[in-house]
Design a binder for this molecule. Structure first.
Ligand code: SF4
Length: 283
């Protein structure tokens, strides 16, 4: 079935304007929602997302950012999986027993925003719906996501030069700052029984040799009302891109100390052993 919202795609800041039925934009995805992997009772997100039962995690194929060190390379760059119209995706979602999960985790959904909006207008599951995204998003697109309860969003870079080099987006900082500000203003945190029912968690992945950039990102997050922060140390070199090593303990401790100095003391910190490919799902 043809989806008219995909005739000229402006879902993300790449603003390709392509007809996704006929050609591919930067995300390389077409006019149907493509799901690369589903993991039930997924426990690898922050405890406020996974809860006790785990999330129903849906990993989408393709990506509008395509970082060159991506740990989900098989699905974000190469693209694979079952495809669905919005109506079919709503039917797919209806098949699950939501008493078994604490959230529905939509992983890398931005380039399917218009299609997912249609799907969730047909069916919204009775658990918090989590938008797990890169932060490289348009406010006008986010404004249409009223079905989303929780934003689990990356704030990756401050430097234009760095975001261009690693993610082909020299406007990343300005775009993400506006997107995350909107998310924080539009979703007040509400936690019940150890699960974030509504709200925002801002993630930052510390990269090797980029401590100064991490600190600049944290400076910006602290200006945004001190949201729940998830400081991540799981970067694992994949052999692609320029980053060839894990971060050191000193790098992580330096960034963590800066976060605490800024008063960003609400949230999560990953253990050292998170930097391992055993935490990368097999796609
Ligand atoms: S979602 Fe894909 S096709 Fe649409 S603007 Fe973004 S990168 Fe381009």
């Amino acid at each position: 079935m043809y989806n008219t919202c995909m005739e000229k795609c402006f879902d993300c800041p790449r603003n390709c304007g392509v007809d996704r039925e006929k050609e591919k934009g930067f995300c390389r995805e077409g006019s149907r929602i493509r799901v690369a992997k589903v993991i039930e009772n997924f426990m690898w997100e922050e405890p406020l997302i996974s809860g006790k039962k785990g999330a129903l995690a849906i990993f989408f194929s393709g990506c509008s950012l395509r970082c060159n060190y991506c740990q989900n390379f098989q699905i974000s760059h190469i693209g694979k999986g079952e495809s669905y119209s919005p109506e079919e995706f709503a039917s797919f979602l209806k098949k699950f027993d939501y008493s078994k999960y604490d959230s529905l985790d939509l992983v890398t959904p931005t380039h399917f925003s218009s299609l997912l909006k249609e799907a969730f207008s047909i069916f919204k599951p009775p658990v918090p719906v989590v938008w797990n995204s890169s932060g490289y998003e348009k406010v006008e697109t986010l404004e249409g996501l009223s079905f989303i309860d929780v934003f689990l969003v990356d704030f990756k870079y401050h430097s234009k030069e760095l975001s261009k080099r690693l993610s082909f987006a020299d406007d990343y900082f300005d775009v993400a700052r506006q997107a995350i500000s909107f998310m924080i203003k539009s979703r007040q945190d509400k936690i019940e029984d150890g699960v974030l029912k509504r709200g925002v968690i801002v993630r930052h992945l510390v990269l090797p040799d980029e401590v100064r950039d991490s600190m600049a990102v944290l400076d910006e997050i602290a200006k945004m009302g001190k949201p729940i922060l998830s400081l991540m140390r799981q970067f694992t070199p994949t052999g692609r891109g320029e980053k060839k090593r894990k971060i050191s303990s000193l790098e992580f401790k330096t960034v963590l100390a800066h976060a605490l100095k800024l008063g960003l003391d609400k949230g999560f910190v990953q253990d050292e052993d998170s930097a391992s490919d055993k935490y990368i799902p097999s796609f």
